[in-house]
Every structure is written in structure tokens, then in C-alpha cells.
Design a protein around this ligand. Sequence first.
Ligand SMILES: [Zn+2]
Length: 288
Amino acid sequence: MQSFDQLSRYVFEDHHVRGELVQLRESYQQIIENHDYPAPIKKVLGELMAATSLLTATLKFEGEITVQLQGNGPVKVAVINANHQQELRGIARYDQVIQDDIYSLQELFGQGALVITVTPNQGERYQGVVPLSEPTVAKCLESYFQQSEQLKTRLWFAIDDEFKSVSGMLLQVLPVDKDKAVTDFDHLEILTDTVKSEEMLQLPAEELLIRLYHQENPQMFAPQPVRFVCGCSKERCESALISLGAEELEHIIDEQEQVDMHCEYCNSSYRFEKEALESLLQQLRQPN
Ligand SMILES: [Zn+2]
């Protein structure tokens, strides 16, 4: 049976090439539901989500990755954030009517950039930026890998017409014995290029790998579940209110009967009545 919302990693040991396949359904729905996004944004967010999951699997430490497309076009930003446990959330912001039939990143984002930010739980954050010079998420990411890691990398994405599920595949040279690896990479790339969208979206991972690479002996690791996790909570809202400082909070209490905080990732709302706000103010004034 097909199992969605998981990421499979595999390695072609004889070829010094590694691969990944991610297939998302429920987690993808949770990211786009409640937002009423136009079709091109659903597609971009789906691909970005699959891409972020694929990239997160390469983290060698605990931490977070943010993959963001930004620009001066009708869509200002589309962003997916993930951590090493494959917990993802994301959002897109746009301020114009988006026609259903536009798909190139340039039409959506205008002049812009792909920004990848890696934030280890311990250690320095680093960021890679490539201009949006390619029409697709896959091609932009390929040029990112070429520039930042100098590792030959290919990506494939598939999304169904009704935006129910999305799938992504990655093929990347392992950073050893580069000359040999690139030759073998080309062979595996040709095999992977034969993949059909329906296969990526519908076949169980093992079956897909056998179909594509039956003679290449890919070694599969245990699949990892991928989940939508927003991370918002009443406590986080309280922290945000407290971080405003006593003066600002007092000002809010004077001006408003209540504060409504809204999480744009999951559409949850948190309401703080005057009494609750006053108790936060008290905590601020008399810490313990
Ligand atoms: Zn939330």
C-alpha cells in the first residue's frame, strides 16, 4: 500500500550517488487548507514543501532549514520552514489577483531570489542566495547546489492536477571520487528522467525504486515520517506579548478590551481578555 507523508533516502553505493524520494499528501493539505490560494501558489508551495523536506534530510545536525522564494512580483513570498524531525510549516503572501495559468517563477515573483537559511540548534546560522533566474523551483535549486556545494544535483517534482499530493526526488553526487561519480550520475540521471508524475505520486517508494533502478541496486534507509507542525501555542503568544515590555503592554490594556492573535500558518486564534493581559503585565513587573 502506498504510504504518504514520508521521506525515503537511498544510496547507490557502487556509483557514489545518493537519492531521496518524498511523497506528501496530508501534510501538504494542512499547509494549503484554510488559505484559498490560487492554483499557481498551491503548486509552488507544494514543490517548495517537497524541496524543503529533501533538503532537510541532508542536515547532519539538529536544527532548521527555511527555503524561501521572494520577489517584487504579484507573489511577495512563499516560504517553507522545516526542522530535522521533518516537521514542516509554510505560507505564501501575495497582493494581486493571480491568474490560474501562470507558472513560471518570474511571472509569479518578478525579480527575486531563492534564499535558503540553515539554522543549527548549536552553531552559526548560514544562508545561501541565488537569483530567480530559472523558471522552476527544481532548476533554481539545482543552480543553488551547483553554486553552494558544487555537487552535481538534480531534482524532480510532481503534483497532481487537484493539488491533493506532491512528490519530489533528488539525485546527488556523493562528495567522494568526483570524476567517477559524475559519469555514474549521468547514467542514473537518465534513468530518473524516465519517471512519470503518476509514478512519483502513486507508487510506493520501494516499487518506484525497483522500476527505475532495478539493475543499480539502491540501498534504502528506513523512511522518515513528514508532518505539518505549526508550533504555535497560547504560551508562545504570551511570550510574544511579554516581549513587548511593560510600557507597551500597559498601553494596549488602556486602548483595547482584548487582544486577538492569529496564527497565519494554521489559522488558530488566541484571545487574551483584559484580565489575562493584566496578569501578564503583573508578571512583567514582578518577575518571580
Ligand atoms: Zn499555528
